[in-house]
Design a protein. Structure first.
Length: 255
């Protein structure tokens, strides 16, 4: 059952209010999470749009630009779907937000704004929360989204990609790519690329063993990681900049 999102004062029509000052990551950037690597080109492409009863036309997708995209981005932010500040460019960050909407509403994960996706965006509905008070990070494995909660209210919803369920054996490390469920806390964080035998994790926040919330270049709309919860590089930078998920933060992972 979906629930209607409540408007949160931290949001404005131009995005989220900046909290603490930015933290600049140290070190060079190797390749992202090693499970898969996909390069998305966000050059302008021809887009066919159709008349729409919504504040934005249907058919918007990667490469779309202009006031229609700005209207879409503002609607996504109202629904708690993080994408930074509206800039009129449908890039990978906006696509991540559209993926999250489609996941929450059990729609095909196309990254494009069709009629069903537009209705879902405007409905302001979200998944039921497991946290009714205080602050927490919730990771829904069945819907493949991360939800950040402040004072018992949903602050943002993010697309994620968790454990892909496959067996792996890489650089002397073997296992099955699963994300463990349970109640955890962030116990360690690294403010740079953290490179291990399975590849590099961008600014990770570890919450159990080697499993972390971290940035990656590739965050597909399906489970693909070795077990971590991948977020976009931009989303991970925002998490560090705002300090919204500090060491000690509660992390709830469930099916």
């Amino acid at each position: 059952m979906l629930r209607r999102a409540r408007w949160i004062a931290l949001f404005t029509l131009t995005g989220l209010v900046t909290l603490p000052a930015a933290v600049t990551p140290a070190g060079a950037s190797p390749t992202g999470d090693p499970s898969t690597t996909t390069t998305v080109t966000s050059t302008t492409v021809p887009v066919t749009t159709t008349t729409s009863p919504y504040p934005f036309p249907l058919g918007l997708r990667i490469g779309s630009k202009g006031p229609a995209v700005t209207a879409l981005q503002r609607a996504l932010i109202r629904g708690t779907y993080w994408l930074g500040s509206p800039n009129g460019v449908f890039g990978t960050t906006t696509e991540q937000a559209v993926f999250a909407v489609q996941k929450v509403n059990n729609l095909p994960r196309t990254g494009r704004v069709d009629a069903a996706t537009a209705r879902a965006i405007m409905s302001l509905m979200h998944l039921p929360l497991h946290t009714t008070s205080g602050n927490a990070v919730e990771i829904s494995l069945s819907h493949q989204v991360v939800m950040i909660i402040r004072d018992g209210q949903l602050l943002v919803t993010l697309n994620t990609s968790t454990g892909g369920g496959y067996s792996y054996s890489e650089n002397g490390v073997s296992g099955v790519a699963v994300t463990p469920t349970g109640l955890f806390h962030v116990y360690y964080q690294v403010n740079k690329w953290d490179v291990g035998p399975l590849g590099g994790l961008y600014r990770p926040k570890y919450f159990t063993g080697g499993v972390a919330l971290h940035g990656a270049y590739d965050v597909p709309p399906y489970p693909a990681s070795h077990g971590c919860a991948r977020l976009s590089i931009a989303a991970m930078d925002w998490i560090w900049r705002t300090g919204i998920v500090p060491v000690g933060a509660t992390v709830k992972v469930y099916k």
